[in-house]
Design a protein around this ligand. Structure first.
Ligand SMILES: C[S@@+](CC[C@H](N)C(=O)[O-])C[C@H]1O[C@@H](n2cnc3c(N)ncnc32)[C@H](O)[C@@H]1O
Ligand SMILES: [Zn+2]
Length: 273
């Protein structure tokens, strides 16, 4: 974390600005947060912490890292990077950044923008900080986010909870939000193995208070996965936790899986007050 990027962060206790002094972030009221070895900070407000280890667990985070590192979502990342490139993107916040594969891709593709990422999962943030040392990462939640008012030109929310009021607060007036949601057919081939009656994903409406809808871009592909990557994909989805045993057993028998994947990137502009 560089001093310039630390200046994007705010104190989770009093919301004051943070300054990087040595290996600690400090606010004017002397609240202090040490950087971990990997260079991230834990800025999760204690009272917001409902579980001992909130956010995605280690197993899920590591499955996502292995799957994304193999490049399976690269076509979707490329469309996202291209879309970001058409918008002001000097200062990017990635809310619910996960293990940082998207941030690595965007940092390289977009000419080294300033990136701040946060996620509830400490393991995800630890891996992200190692993968993208040029960015600033912290453990933090979207509903009480550790970024100061109006810092971001562009805020990304890729498959993580939508916290409209906080997203709006972190963006400068006129700044953009890209909200990535699954298409109706995203992972349908996986669901066909897991469930006897698979459903298509619900298609989200596009209106959010405080934002003007600008445009939408869809990215879709068909993946054929083999070996370990089949289980890695399963383990990084919410289906992992709510699939009946016989569905999981059917998938365990699969060495090869073909599935559609698809993201809708919804673009919004933050309204001015
Ligand atoms: C499906 S993963 C997506 C991660 C990453 N954006 C990606 O696409 O690879 C959802 C992430 O949201 C995080 N998360 C869940 N609730 C959150 C919250 N309230 N604030 C911040 N992150 C949250 C989880 O820990 C998890 O890493
Ligand atoms: Zn403080």
């Amino acid at each position: 974390m560089t001093p310039a990027l630390a200046g994007a962060l705010r104190c989770p206790v009093c919301a004051g600005p943070l300054l990087l002094i040595g290996r600690s972030l400090r606010c004017p009221k002397a609240h202090s947060f040490d950087l971990a070895r990997e260079g991230y900070a834990n800025l999760l407000a204690i009272q917001k912490k409902h579980a001992a280890d909130p956010g995605d667990g280690k197993e899920m985070v590591r499955a996502r890292r292995a799957f994304l590192a193999a490049g399976h979502y690269q076509p979707l990342m490329a469309v996202l990077a291209e879309l970001c490139g058409t918008l002001p993107h000097e200062k990017i916040v990635d809310a619910g950044c996960g293990e940082g594969s998207y941030d690595r891709f965007l940092y390289d593709a977009l000419g080294e923008p300033q990136i701040v990422g946060f996620d509830l999962s400490k393991e995800a943030v630890r891996l992200a900080a190692r993968l993208v040392p040029e960015a600033a990462f912290c453990v933090g939640g979207s509903f009480s986010a550790p970024v100061r008012d109006g810092w971001a030109d562009l805020l990304l929310n890729i498959f993580s909870p939508f916290a409209g009021a906080e997203f709006s607060r972190m963006l400068r007036p006129g700044g953009h939000l890209i909200y990535a949601v699954p298409t109706a057919r995203h992972l349908y081939g996986l669901k066909e193995v897991l469930y006897t009656t698979p459903y298509e994903n619900e298609v989200k409406d596009t209106r959010y208070e405080g934002f003007d809808f600008v445009t939408e871009r869809e990215a879709a592909a068909t993946l054929t996965l083999e070996g370990e990557s089949v289980q890695q994909l399963f383990a990084m989805t919410p289906y992992y936790w709510n699939t009946p045993a016989e569905g999981a057993a059917r998938l365990a028998e699969c060495d090869r899986l073909t599935t559609e994947i698809g993201f809708r990137f919804l673009v919004y502009r933050r309204q001015s007050e």
